[in-house]
Design a protein around this ligand. Structure first.
Ligand SMILES: Nc1ncnc2c1ncn2[C@@H]1O[C@H](COP(=O)(O)OP(=O)(O)O)[C@@H](O)[C@H]1O
Ligand SMILES: N[C@@H](CCC(=O)OP(=O)(O)O)C(=O)O
Length: 362
């Protein structure tokens, strides 16, 4: 086999791992584990991001009294994660591979120190020939501080690890021009960097156990491809899908997000996934907005800032807004909030955010 990529993140959705009768689909898990083992033997490094804990827990136990959404998620994920990881452990073991459980929350990425700590953890596991199996720790996550879903988490992992590709396995072949069940919908095979209007095709319908739906998959895929990483959305229920997708000589139905020709730096990749940890904000004037959104590599100067919001220290992440309240991006402040306020309008002081520490998604 001639593998297309040597380092990949593979995300498996709940529905891929669940049968019609809502039980864990162990046969499907076995097929995926077998494929990952074959890829590993071909020299491909794989990190697995697996959903399925809540679905696995729900089929195991029904609570004695009706629970609210948070309590039922905590109950089912706690029970289900044990079942899920036990199955993976046995299946990988049969293939002679050691796997490891990495449960995480968004908080574990809250600053560069935590982010690098997570990167170090996964690097160490891979260096030792171990397959990391990552899932969000729904049992202890606080609703407001959760990832949208594991699609978002998998994008963060692929980006953080500097992988060549992210493969998102769902229960459909990829993104269609309408809901897959609608007559006439066709599979979109390729999405280029500058393609517009993709979200118009996608309905909000989710599969039975999915959390974010196809809309989050599409927006995460675009964000990750912009960083220079290939993204494929494919059908995890299709026979041999992973091995065939990575085989240069095979053509498997999927939606491929073509990566940007200009890969982001490691710092910009970190910033791209840290927007929710910004400590304060600045509002920029129209002139600064125009320069920031142009093709030129520009730092954000104090002369372009209209106002400062919140309290932040030097080195904290701050959000950047235009005067209409639209978020333009995020960056690392070179001054604390008081000094920024005092220096507003200054032409001589060094930039408020240096270009290397500035992330603007558009
Ligand atoms: N245009 C579209 N193309 C493909 N799938 C779509 C589209 N619009 C909505 N969907 C729905 O998105 C679902 C997949 O998302 P999701 O439920 O989050 O799955 P997963 O559990 O794999 O994360 C599909 O089963 C399909 O019902
Ligand atoms: N942590 C949850 C994952 C929820 C989730 O993101 O599900 P999915 O949209 O199917 O990938 C679980 O294991 O059930």
């Amino acid at each position: 086999m001639n593998a297309r990529y040597k380092r990949v993140a593979v995300k498996v959705g709940s529905n891929v791992l669940t049968r019609a009768d809502k039980m864990l689909d162990v046969a499907r898990m076995a097929a995926l584990v077998d494929q990952i083992s074959r890829l590993k033997k071909e020299g491909v490094e794989v990190v697995l991001i697996s959903s399925g804990a809540v679905a696995a827990g729900r089929s195991e136990l029904q609570p004695a009294r009706k629970l609210d959404d948070v309590s039922s998620r905590q109950l089912w994920s706690a029970i289900g994660q044990v079942r899920l990881i036990n199955r993976y452990y046995d299946l990988f073991r049969e293939c002679g591979i050691t796997c490891a459980q990495v449960l995480t929350t968004k908080e574990n990425f809250k600053d560069r120190r935590h982010y690098l700590n997570m990167k170090n953890c996964l690097t160490t596991l891979l260096e030792n020939g171990v397959i990391p199996i990552i899932n969000e720790n729904d049992t202890i996550s606080i609703t407001e501080l959760m990832f949208t879903d594991n699609d978002e988490l998998s994008g963060l992992i692929a980006s953080m690890m500097g992988f060549e590709a992210l493969v998102i396995l769902s229960n459909v072949d990829g993104i269609y021009t309408g809901h897959p069940s609608e007559a006439g919908s066709t599979l979109i095979r390729e999405v280029k960097d500058n393609a517009k209007g993709l979200s118009d095709y996608i309905s909000e319908t989710k599969s039975e156990f999915g959390r974010g739906g196809m809309i989050t998959k599409a927006s995460i895929a675009r964000k990750i491809a912009k960083q220079g990483i290939n993204v494929h959305i494919a059908n995890g229920k299709r026979e041999n899908v992973l091995v065939d997708l990575l085989d240069c000589h095979k053509d498997v139905p999927n939606t491929h997000f073509v990566p940007s020709a200009k890969p982001s730096s490691t710092i910009k990749k970190w910033l791209a996934h840290s927007e929710s940890f910004a400590k304060g904000a600045v509002v920029v004037n129209d002139g600064a907005k125009e320069v920031l959104l142009s093709d030129k590599a520009t730092s954000l100067l104090l002369i372009g800032i209209d106002s400062v919001e919140g309290y932040f220290k030097k080195g904290d992440l701050v959000s950047i807004y235009d005067t209409k309240g639209n978020q333009l991006g995020v960056g690392k402040a070179q001054y604390d909030s008081a000094k920024t306020q005092a220096l507003l309008g200054s032409k001589k002081a060094k930039p408020f955010i240096h270009y290397d520490y500035l992330y603007l998604p558009e």
